[in-house]
Write a protein that binds this ligand. Sequence first.
Ligand code: ACO
Length: 312
Amino acid sequence: MSVGIIGTGHYAPDNIVTNKDLEKMVDTTDEWIRSRTGIEERRIAKDDEDSSDMAYEAAKLALADANITAEELDLILVATVTPDTPFPSVSCMIQEKLGATNAASMDVSAACAGFMYGVITGQQFIQTGVYNHVLVIGVDKLSKITDWTDRNTCVLLGDGAGAAVLGKVSDDKGILSFELGSDGSGGKYLYQNEDNYLVMDGSSVFKFAVRQMPESSINVIEKAGLKKEDVDYLVPHQANIRIMEAARKRLGIPEDRMAKTVKQYGNNSSASIPIALSESLKQGKIKDGDVIVMVGFGGGLTWGAVALRWGK
Ligand code: ACO
């Protein structure tokens, strides 16, 4: 028995903020943002739309896609660094909204790598035979911790949610290998300050990410007993097109075989990988039997990668 993703869904707020809009707010240009990051626009949630609201929309779509009811969920894991409140957790809010009466719930904090941590945590419960279905959601409303006067960060960030239902799949499909890691000594490069704003040393995070994304990807490929050539599709954390391209080139993956949502969503943290996965599936870019690698990094510092063979 293997554990795989049996349904996905995503949600992004309607409100689009373009680079041109940001030119009016901070000393920046559309050209600088595009050339340094690949971002053209991002979605920003309304004041009264919180992480739990976005997570709920993504969750409903993932359940429908998996063709299961909320009552069939055993566990809800929500990866977020921007919960509505420290407690109750977003996952408990989702449990109530969905009517998932049989589910345990907890939030996972691993910044942009949170969805990877959630998927692997959920996998363990199914692999050991105690649970059948786990809902994993990556959601962040970074706009509420963004300093809109800081051009170093505000041009990069956005809001959104992505969800996946984990379940049992046939032996030759599902999760093949994973790697999770952390290095607290790099916490000073990316954190929330006393004013509650996200603060980042961009070039240190950039150097870490450019090294870690390809390294973790290669590690999971090797752990799965595969070669780089066996990978059909790459779903990297959508922080910066230059970081994503560095990973893609190290793996020798053709340009059209990498998920790219950074252009229209920017970096929406825990939501970035599940949104990129869900969009790629809806666009028919991932076929049954494809080997895909998902890989992320984030504040902590944290990182995580998963290799899986797509399908039920
Ligand atoms: N517009 C114009 N100029 C800017 C802007 C801006 N928005 N932001 C910074 N600059 C300036 C800098 O001040 C600097 O000026 P200086 O040379 O006079 O000091 C200049 O541009 C060049 O800055 P660099 O740091 O060299 O630019 P770089 O090419 O490294 O790109 C970037 C900066 C995009 C932030 C990059 O370092 C990066 O992407 N880092 C990783 C970010 C990331 O992935 N964060 C992840 C996590 S977020 C989370 O976990 C929630």
